[in-house]
Design a protein around this ligand. Structure first.
Ligand code: ZN
Ligand code: ZN
Length: 155
């Protein structure tokens, strides 16, 4: 059960096209079967899976969520992550995150508010200047130079 849920959760950096295709493959369904269940044109689904669709409305997201048996929030977060600036922000635990690695999917999950490891409140803004953090490729805030990772107190 747990393993299945993790499988279904979007992976960091996954596009909506890749995500939908992966879920559909995982269920062993054809585009036609998913389109029918999601109440979509099979061409629309094909376009979506090829990354040609940039706009999805709530009805489409809900239909796809139903057809692919995942929470609508999953699809929505992937969709927003690939198309909206603000949702580009990455959420992570400032204590457990290892600089230079991508954030854990359990942090970036839309419903996650606290770290699964240590209970720290997850962060998607710079602690110092409050700018949205859009990439963890960098270790420091490009706006103010603050390190993203909390330093462990020495004593
Ligand atoms: Zn943590
Ligand atoms: Zn900053």
């Amino acid at each position: 059960m747990q393993a299945l849920e993790t499988e279904q959760a979007p992976k960091p950096g996954e596009s909506i096209a890749e995500y939908v295709r992966r879920l559909r493959d995982g269920l062993g369904l054809t585009q036609k079967q998913v389109a029918l269940k999601a109440d979509l044109h099979v061409q629309s689904l094909g376009k979506l899976e090829r990354g040609k669709t940039t706009k999805l409305n709530r009805k489409t997201i809900n239909g796809l969520a139903y057809a692919l048996q995942v929470p609508g929030e999953y699809l929505e977060s992937v969709y927003k992550g690939s198309s909206l600036e603000v949702a580009h922000a990455v959420k992570f635990c400032p204590k457990c995150w290892v600089p230079g690695t991508p954030p854990d999917a359990l942090w970036t999950n839309v419903r996650a508010k606290f770290c699964f490891e240590c209970g720290e409140r997850l962060r998607n803004r710079c602690d110092n200047c409050n700018e949205l953090i859009t990439s963890l490729k960098h270790r420091f805030c490009p706006f103010c130079g603050q390190a993203y990772k909390l330093k462990k107190p020495k004593f």
